[in-house]
Design a protein around this ligand. Structure first.
Ligand SMILES: C[S@@+](CC[C@H](N)C(=O)[O-])C[C@H]1O[C@@H](n2cnc3c(N)ncnc32)[C@H](O)[C@@H]1O
Length: 323
């Protein structure tokens, strides 16, 4: 059995033979050990990673360290981990003295994790689809430390739930302080860097501006995973604002629906898109755009979050909301 925790220089490249596939690859010693231990663990469980659940396991010690450093994980932190898989990142978080709430959808991995961390008081495993946990805010509130500090989310998530997961977690500023997510690189760049006028600027860019400060932390090579995915990854930080802009605080869901409607058809003007939000509002949209010095022909991708909030606030003055 290999031991991935042996202290070795991180960048010495060797020719690594997988014990399962009998294939040879050039990787660093630490990755080789970690990769082989992941492969052996999968083999002992008799499972093949499922594409449908985005199961690409981290096999790079260096990336694990970079993630926990980016999140400044320290003893006493309470961390929500989504998709713990074999528990590699969970293990690292526990070693740093954090307490972990780990939510795993896969039946077999959830059982495996329950056994693996049975004796570890700092880990609670929840067998569930994170997107289907109705009482997620309450569950996180119960998990918060006694002194009420907020929770950090640190996770290597399946790429296909990125938007849905952000939509679920971003509004939870009462219980969550920040998110550190390992994402598909293109998505990480888009989510953290798109600005008004860019081709990647979307409704989610505005929604992110409402809820948080987003930052691209670092890129991660596809070689850091088993199986190796078809794309590179990156870690992104989402630091949630403690308070929402007062003007939308009481109409948060309606504002999000307003922004989403404004972007619904890429080629249409903002006004035409807003018909699906409230068709009767259009004369008011024209006058609110005008009072903000904006053309009635403007498209959603030209407006930043402040312009959206100003436009929405103007419409609320006319008692207009979603119909
Ligand atoms: C990319 S793997 C990461 C595994 C592990 N954290 C690692 O870094 O090696 C994603 C994990 O999320 C789990 N998963 C997929 N969809 C999920 C969902 N909706 N809710 C909770 N876990 C999910 C998968 O079963 C898998 O274990």
């Amino acid at each position: 059995m290999t031991n991935a925790s042996v202290a070795l220089p991180s960048c010495t490249v060797i020719s690594c033979v997988s014990p399962v596939r009998q294939q040879r690859r050039s990787v660093c010693i630490k990755c080789c050990l970690q990769q082989n231990s992941v492969l052996e663990e999968l083999k002992s469980l008799g499972v093949r990673p499922k594409k449908s659940l985005g199961q690409n396991f981290l096999v790079s010690e260096a990336v694990l360290s970079d993630i926990v450093n980016a999140a400044s994980v320290q003893a006493g932190d309470h961390i929500l981990e989504i998709g713990p898989g074999l528990g590699t990142l969970t293990d690292r978080l526990v070693k740093l003295g954090a307490t972990v709430l780990a939510i795993e959808k896969d039946d077999l991995f959830a059982k495996h994790l329950e056994k693996k961390f049975l004796e570890v008081e700092q880990v609670a495993v929840v067998h569930a689809d994170v997107l289907a946990v109705r009482q997620l805010p309450e569950m996180i509130r119960t998990f918060q430390p006694a002194h009420g500090a907020k929770v950090k989310v640190v996770a290597n998530i399946p790429y296909n739930i990125t938007s849905d997961l952000l939509s679920v977690l971003l509004p939870m500023r009462q219980v969550i302080e920040s998110l550190y997510l390992l994402l598909e690189k293109g998505a990480a760049v888009r989510l953290t860097q798109a600005r008004p006028g860019d081709k990647d600027y979307r409704a989610m860019s505005v929604i992110l501006g409402l809820y948080c400060q987003a930052r691209l932390c670092f890129g991660v090579s596809r070689e850091a995973f088993h199986p190796v995915p078809g794309v590179d990854s990156a870690v992104a930080e989402f630091n949630l604002h403690e308070q929402l802009d007062k003007r939308v605080e009481e109409h948060e869901d309606d504002f999000v629906a307003f922004v989403s409607a404004a972007f619904s058809m890429k080629r249409k003007t903002l006004i035409n898109n807003l018909k699906s939000w409230n068709a009767a509002s259009l004369p008011n949209v024209v006058s609110c755009l005008d009072s903000g010095g904006l053309s009635p022909q403007i498209r959603a991708e030209a407006l930043d979050v402040s312009a959206f909030i100003a436009l929405y606030t103007c419409l609320r003055v006319h008692h207009i909301s979603r119909k």
